[in-house]
Ligand binder design. Structure first.
Ligand code: PEP
Ligand code: MN
Length: 360
C-alpha cells in the first residue's frame, strides 16, 4: 500500500511531462536576428534551444521543462509559424517533429538519401597487411567505407583486444593511401576525440548503447556516429540513447539494428527486422543493419541483407575478412571477398525492387 502514492506521483509526473515539451517552427526565410530573438527568449526561460536547419525552415527544439504558459509568447512572435508540444519521450530523434529525413554525409557518400550504403570490412584491424588488403579488396568492389575495430569489446579478457591507438593510425594511413573512408568503434570516453582525428565514422557498440557519458562525448564531435542497438534494449531505449548524442550537438547519427538476444541459440542473436520500419517511422535518422553480429554465421547473411533492404534499411554493416579462417575475431561470421562480391551483385535487384540504388 505504501508504494501507491509513489506510483500515483510518478503517473502524474509522466502525464505532466507529456505536455512539457515543445518545438518552434520558424517561417521560411526568417532573418538571423529574428532567430536570435527566439533563441534568447528560450534561454531567458532557463531552457536550452537546439536548432535544426531544414531545406526551407528552421526548427528549434526546446529542451527542459516547458510549462503550460510557455508556448503562447512564442506563438505571438512574427517569425514563428507554429509551436508544437511533443508527446513522445524522444524529441530530437523524433520524426513527428522533424518530418524531413536526415541524410548523413561523409566524404562523397550520403547515408539515408535513398541509396543503400554498404560498409564492410574486418571485425578487427589486425596488422597493416590485413587492413591494406581489406581496403584494396573493398575499393575494387566499389565499397566506399571500411569498418575495422581497433578497440575490441571481447567477452573474454584473454581474447584479442584490438590494436588500440596504433590501429587508429593505421586506419588513417590506409584511408589516405587508398581513398577509402574508415569506421571504427570507440569504447572509452577518452578515446572519442582521438579517434575522431583518425577515422571518418565512429561507432558505439551494442555493449555501450547506454554508456551515457560515452554518448554525450560522441555528441561533441563533428564526425558521424553509428549507434548500435544494445542486445537487450527496447526500441524506446535505443532512440533515447540517440537523443544523448543529438542533444549534445552531433546531428549525424545513424541507428544500427544488430540483433537482440533471445532464447534462440542456433544463431548468435535474433535480427529484429521489425525494428527497421519502426525506427524509420519513429525517427528521421538513417537506419542500417548489421547482419554479421545478428547471425554469428556467414551462411544466412545474404538472406538477412535482402530482408533488411526490403524492410527499408538505408545500409548494411557487413564483416568481410581477406581470410576469415585466420581472423583474430569473428571469423565464423565474416564473408570472404568472393562471398561479399557475390552478395553485392545479388543485392542490386533487391535495391531496385524497393526503389533504391546501391551506392556502388
Ligand atoms: C562490431 O561491430 O565490431 C561489434 C562488436 O558489434 P556489436 O557491438 O553489435 O556486438
Ligand atoms: Mn565482429
Amino acid at each position: 500500500m505504501k508504494i501507491l502514492p509513489i506510483r500515483i506521483f510518478r503517473w502524474i509526473e509522466i502525464k505532466l511531462n507529456k505536455v512539457r515539451r515543445m518545438i518552434i517552427v520558424l517561417k521560411p526565410k526568417t532573418k538571423k536576428e529574428d532567430i536570435q530573438k527566439v533563441v534568447e527568449k528560450i534561454k531567458e526561460k532557463g531552457l536550452k534551444p537546439v536548432e535544426f536547419q531544414g531545406d526551407e525552415r528552421i526548427v528549434i527544439h526546446v529542451l527542459g521543462k516547458v510549462t503550460d504558459d510557455m508556448p503562447a509568447p512564442f506563438q505571438s512572435m512574427e517569425c514563428v509559424e507554429q509551436v508544437m508540444r511533443i508527446l513522445k519521450p524522444y524529441k530530437l530523434a523524433s520524426k513527428e517533429h522533424h518530418a524531413q529525413r536526415s541524410v548523413v554525409k561523409v566524404g562523397d557518400v550520403t547515408i539515408g538519401n535513398g541509396e543503400i550504403t554498404v560498409i564492410a570490412g574486418p571485425c578487427s584491424a589486425e596488422n597493416e597487411e590485413q587492413v591494406m588488403k581489406s581496403a584494396r579488396i573493398l575499393k575494387e568492389m566499389g565499397v566506399k567505407i571500411m569498418r575495422a575495430s581497433v578497440f575490441k569489446p571481447r567477452t573474454s579478457p584473454y581474447d584479442f583486444q584490438g590494436m588500440g591507438i596504433e590501429g587508429l593510425k593505421l586506419l588513417k594511413k590506409v584511408g589516405e593511401k587508398t581513398g577509402i573512408l574508415t569506421e571504427t568503434e570507440v569504447m572509452d570516453v577518452r578515446d572519442v576525440p582521438i579517434a575522431a582525428e583518425y577515422v571518418d565514422i565512429l561507432r558505439v557498440g551494442a555493449r555501450n548503447m547506454q554508456n551515457f557519458d560515452l554518448l554525450k562525448e560522441m555528441g561533441k564531435i563533428d564526425k558521424p556516429v553509428i549507434l548500435k542497438r544494445g542486445m537487450a534494449a527496447t526500441i524506446k531505449e535505443f532512440i533515447m540513447a540517440s537523443e544523448y548524442i543529438l542533444m549534445n550537438g552531433n546531428k549525424n547519427v545513424i541507428l544500427c539494428e544488430r540483433g537482440i538476444r533471445t532464447f534462440e541459440t542456433a544463431y548468435r542473436n535474433t535480427l529484429d527486422i521489425n525494428a527497421v520500419p519502426l525506427l524509420k517511422q519513429e525517427t528521421h535518422l538513417p537506419v542500417i543493419v548489421d547482419p554479421s553480429h545478428a547471425a554469428g554465421r556467414r551462411d544466412i547473411i545474404p538472406a538477412i541483407c535482402k530482408a533488411a533492404i526490403s524492410a527499408g534499411a538505408d545500409g548494411l554493416l557487413v564483416e568481410m575478412h581477406p581470410k576469415p579462417e585466420e581472423a583474430l575475431s569473428d571469423g565464423a561470421q565474416s564473408l570472404n571477398p568472393e562471398e561479399l562480391k557475390k552478395l553485392l551483385k545479388e543485392l542490386k535487384p533487391v535495391c531496385e525492387a524497393v526503389g533504391k540504388r546501391m551506392s556502388i
